[in-house]
Design a protein around this ligand. Structure first.
Ligand SMILES: [Fe+2]
Length: 355
């Protein structure tokens, strides 16, 4: 009988790096001449941020941040193994990786077959790591076969379209030779201890970056860089409807499916009101409190403007998952909020009871 295990996690790229490099995004932002010196002066930062930054630009705090993230992944990997899914469906943002100027689809089901992925050879297509050594010390030849389930993916797309969500679908990658980092890092982190990842993966890239997907190539820009905003992403409410339709389609199937939202929460580099120096933790806490008490109405009432102001673009992946969880009536089993001020984004881990 069909059953869905919903999980939420982060694909935070700097977790791939050594501790000394984990706060590199903040380091880059501190070099931005368009940001006032007073905002960049640690003396003016919140005490918790100053403490994390410390005397070594966050290197010491990085060890604790890594430990919290790795333990979150251990918890979710155990849940995944206990559930033994037929496939893992991942909602993730594409940050100008597979989709570029020639097409930006809102929602896409990737019905790929088995795919050879070489994370470190392909990393230049995924940004954020910048040629630094990875924490596993794997070279460009390191790779593995990521299994696909195009049959399940086709049924997923069919069910979504029949439910009124006009999803795009694809049988092969477009611009990225492997899979975008939102998907790849979810797999690499769920397999942090390199025991292997036996589950077929169905990537479902969502247009979370909206106005910034082409204009800033879904990543960092200088504060005063001229930007020609793109059309917006779909609304948070629409992401929830899409997630609900996906969950219903899979609930009507014969398969056991793990459904994952892959993203950190508020991103410092997307949050202008903090001068892109730290994430909007209050906004994240509001959503997290609502998640903790299954308050789907608060999530549904959140506007795209609120999401963008808080730098929560990528949390749209979680709106999709929240729509799915609501549709199948799954109770929350476990969650954790990992707060940080210097490591670009707060991270959340969540696991719901299979339903
Ligand atoms: Fe991302």
């Amino acid at each position: 009988m069909a059953e869905i295990l919903a999980l939420g996690l982060t694909h935070y790229p700097p977790l791939c790096l050594d501790d000394a490099n984990m706060a590199g995004i903040l380091g880059w932002t501190l070099d931005d001449p368009a940001i006032p010196a007073a905002a960049k002066d640690p003396a003016n930062w919140p005490a918790a941020m100053r403490a994390e930054w410390g005397a070594d630009r966050g290197a010491t705090a990085a060890a604790a941040h890594r430990a919290a993230l790795v333990s979150g992944f251990e918890q979710l990997r155990a849940a995944l193994d206990a559930f033994a899914p037929d496939a893992v469906v991942i909602f993730g943002d594409d940050q100008y990786e597979n989709f570029k100027e020639d097409v930006i689809p809102a929602f896409t089901v990737c019905a790929y077959g088995d795919l050879e992925v070489r994370p470190w050879a392909q990393v230049k297509d995924s940004g954020a790591i910048g040629g630094k050594p990875n924490v596993w010390r794997e070279g460009p030849d390191f790779g593995f076969t990521l299994k696909g389930r195009p049959d399940i993916a086709r049924q997923l797309a069919t069910g979504m379209i029949e439910a009124g969500i006009d999803a795009a679908y694809a049988y092969q990658p477009l611009h990225h030779p492997g899979i975008a980092h939102a998907f790849l890092n979810a797999v690499l982190f769920l397999d942090y201890h390199r025991q292997g990842f036996p589950y077929p993966v169905i990537c479902v890239p969502l247009n979370c970056y909206g106005r910034r997907v082409i204009s800033t190539r879904g990543f960092l820009s200088r504060f005063d860089a001229p930007v020609d905003p793109d059309p917006p992403s779909p609304s948070p409410k629409r992401f929830m409807e899409m997630g609900a339709a996906a969950a219903r389609a899979l609930s009507a199937s014969p398969w056991r499916i793990a459904m994952i939202a892959s993203s950190s929460w508020s991103h410092a580099f997307l949050c202008d009101w903090t001068w892109r120096l730290r994430p909007d933790t209050d906004a994240d806490r509001r959503l997290y409190d609502a998640l903790s008490r299954s308050d789907f109405a608060l999530w549904r009432a959140t506007t795209l403007q609120q999401v963008e102001t808080a730098g929560q673009h990528e949390v749209l992946n979680w709106f999709a998952l929240m729509g799915a969880v609501e549709a199948i009536g799954a109770p929350l089993a476990w969650s954790r909020f990992v707060e940080t001020h210097v490591f670009n984004s707060n991270k959340v881990f969540a696991q719901w009871e299979p339903a």
